[in-house]
Design a protein around this ligand. Structure first.
Ligand SMILES: [Fe+2]
Length: 221
């Protein structure tokens, strides 16, 4: 083997264990700690003429979610979801302890064990997202058809075809009135009435003054 071939082989072997980014499948996820178990979507030949075999599962992987101060957007990651793994250049064991700089203490660099998962990779077997609202900010539930959309036009849509929208309190038990329908009923309803002596009955006319216009801005408590 010539020297340049040997050097190339050594470099290739060293790079085999330098990990940068890989897609992976989620096996488990804990929504309270935002950590889970993943399996990279890559097989690797462990012997020269052997069959490629899957990489082992990676345990206790921190998942990235949009988060700032007290606010967090927690996506319900499920088994089978595909994520992007990035591999920390130093061992993570001591680096995510308290948000302060730490000595990593361990020598691992770009190791499989030091993966961070970013949810949201779409694989082709999942099909496509809805084509509508491409120019808007949209939160879709592809299972129910629910969506919340901030439209570029200035409108905001909360579309919940089968469920309920709870406002102000998750345990609220009373339905809100439909303003236009209620106003139409109020302005046109009549009452039967009767009188004595003379024993007659009739129906009133509708109210002589209109009811208030439906609310355009409201708050709930
Ligand atoms: Fe009345």
């Amino acid at each position: 083997m010539r020297i340049h071939e040997l050097v190339q082989k050594l470099i290739d072997q060293a790079l085999d264990d330098v990990h940068t980014a890989l897609p992976a499948r989620v096996e488990q996820f804990d929504p309270t700690t935002l950590r889970g178990e993943v399996v990279p979507l890559v097989k690797r030949k462990m012997e020269k003429d052997g069959e490629p075999v899957p990489l082992p599962p990676i345990l206790d992987v921190p998942f990235w979610m949009p988060k700032a101060g007290p606010f967090v957007l927690r996506l319900p990651v499920r088994r089978g979801d595909v994520v992007l793994l990035v591999f920390s250049e130093r061992a993570l064991d001591y680096l995510l302890v308290d948000g302060q700089p730490q000595d990593p203490r361990l020598r691992r660099r770009h190791a499989l064990d030091d993966a961070i998962a970013i949810p949201g990779l779409l694989h082709m077997g999942e099909g496509a997202l809805p084509g509508d609202h491409a120019g808007d900010v949209a939160l879709f539930d592809r299972a129910t058809g629910n969506k919340i959309v901030l439209k570029a036009s200035g409108d905001c849509v909360i579309h919940v075809p089968a469920g309920r929208i709870y406002l102000a309190d998750e345990s609220a038990g009373e339905a809100a009135a439909r303003g236009t329908s209620l106003k139409e009923w109020l302005d046109n309803h009549q009452h039967p009435y009767s009188w004595t002596p003379g024993a007659g009955s009739s129906t009133t006319g509708p109210p002589t003054s209109p009811s208030p216009e439906p609310s355009k801005k409201v708050f709930l408590e």
